[in-house]
Design a protein around this ligand. Structure first.
Ligand SMILES: Nc1nc2c(c(=O)[nH]1)N[C@H]1C(S)=C(S)[C@@H](COP(=O)(O)O)O[C@H]1N2
Ligand SMILES: [Mo]
Length: 389
């Protein structure tokens, strides 16, 4: 779509979209993270609209080792593109000796590899930041754990023959839209080193089935351990470049405390534990109720830096923490781990939280630091449980 068309894009509920014909204004907007809400500002219509499109996991579905596709969280910046499998091509070019173009049957004919990976959106926890950055208002539910099957990216890069001056590899999806005034394809870069890790895949199966349209049909990038923005869906182009790629989505997904900061790009997932809210839910408030006596509290924990080594549970708002039992997983180092802890519930109001620790020495904070984009907020989940008399 030519950039001139931008002027004709209108919002459904108000006048013409605020965009600029001047690229300088667009460039200013590129580095600006989402607007931060006023301290008591309610969730906007736009945030509600995003929340209805981009759903989270249902917390009770943390019970499944492998998240069924319809229960896996979903995040899509623009529209889910309709991709025709027969005409779809994946191009690998740029700083390579032999540019290649592959159809789906070509990928399927290569030796497949599978990896089970916990994906989490970098914006998970954003709505719990004070003040709240306006964007997809995740609480804690932007997570899922799926088995992805495809071809190692390293094999494809080897086939194409990466040249010595290569620095980054740029991955582009078939989706296209406008973000803070800038029309773009969704594109992300990785260094050649990160892209060549043997667990990075171009995946065409999710849990043994063709990718659902919303999860990137027919093929997507899978970068184990990294936050969701790196997992480029509807992959059509892999471009090897001789300079650092500084695209919109690299700058957008950065930790900064002020809009004019360069920021620190987000990469790997910080440790987090979630618990399956115990007892019975109230329909509207989702407030939990349990009866007095023993309750088994369980959930999942993960980290993109290193395997989770410990999970602790508090049932008294952080006054005391007890060690949870951490289950082994056969699913490999990038899959979440199940944990369990016993609780003798006594009548009254209780606040439950869990926290994870990983083998890199990282620990989940009770309250994570604020940043403008609302990223990597791994503050502990807070689950209120009323124990009835
Ligand atoms: N092409 C494309 N890839 C994308 C996105 C997108 O909007 N377009 N969103 C990214 C983000 S921010 C996240 S969190 C994950 C979500 O993957 P899922 O919807 O399969 O859970 O996809 C990533 N890959
Ligand atoms: Mo995301």
């Amino acid at each position: 779509m030519p950039a001139a068309l931008l002027g004709s894009i209108v919002r459904c509920d108000s006048g013409p979209m605020t965009t600029s014909s001047q690229s300088t204004r667009s460039l200013d907007l590129v580095s600006a993270p989402a607007r931060v809400a006023e301290p008591d500002e309610a969730i906007s219509y736009e945030e509600l609209q995003l929340a209805a499109r981009n759903h989270g996991i249902l917390l009770e579905a943390l019970a499944y080792d492998i998240t069924p596709p319809g229960l896996h969280y979903l995040l899509t910046h623009y529209d889910v593109p309709v991709v025709d499998a027969d005409s779809w091509r994946l191009r690998i070019g740029g700083r390579v000796r032999r540019p290649i173009e592959l159809g789906l049957p070509d990928l399927q004919a290569m030796a497949p590899t599978s990896v089970t990976v916990t994906f989490e959106c970098a914006g998970n926890g954003r709505a719990r930041h004070r003040p709240r950055p306006q964007s997809q208002p995740w609480l804690v539910e932007a997570v899922g754990n799926a088995t992805w099957t495809g071809v190692p990216l390293a094999v494809l890069l080897e086939k194409a023959g990466v040249l010595d001056d290569a620095v980054d590899v740029v991955f582009t999806g078939a989706d296209h839209g406008v973000e803070r005034g800038v029309e773009q394809d969704y594109a992300r870069g990785l260094t050649v080193t990160d892209a060549s890790a043997d667990d990075v895949l171009v995946a065409y199966l999710m849990n043994g089935q063709p990718l659902p349209p919303q999860h990137g049909f027919p093929a997507r990038l899978v970068v184990p351990g990294w936050y969701g923005m790196a997992q480029v869906k509807w992959l059509v182009d892999i471009d090897v470049v001789a300079q650092h790629f500084d695209g919109f989505q690299q700058r957008a997904y950065s930790l900064r405390s002020a809009p004019d900061e360069a920021g620190e790009p987000l990469t790997r997932i910080e440790p987090r534990a979630l618990l399956i809210p115990p007892g019975l839910p109230d329909f509207y408030s989702r407030q939990r109720a349990v009866r007095p006596g023993p309750v088994v509290v369980e959930g999942r924990a993960w980290s993109g830096h290193a395997p989770v080594t410990r999970v602790e549970l508090t049932t008294d708002a952080g006054a005391t923490w007890i060690e949870a039992q951490l289950h082994d997983t056969a699913a490999g180092p990038y899959a979440w781990r199940r944990w369990q802890a016993g609780w003798d519930a006594q009548p009254g109001d209780h606040l439950l939280s869990a926290r994870a620790h990983d083998a890199s020495g990282r620990s989940q904070p009770v309250d994570a630091a604020w940043n403008r984009g609302g990223f990597a907020n791994n503050s502990v989940q807070r689950v209120r449980v009323l124990c009835l008399d």
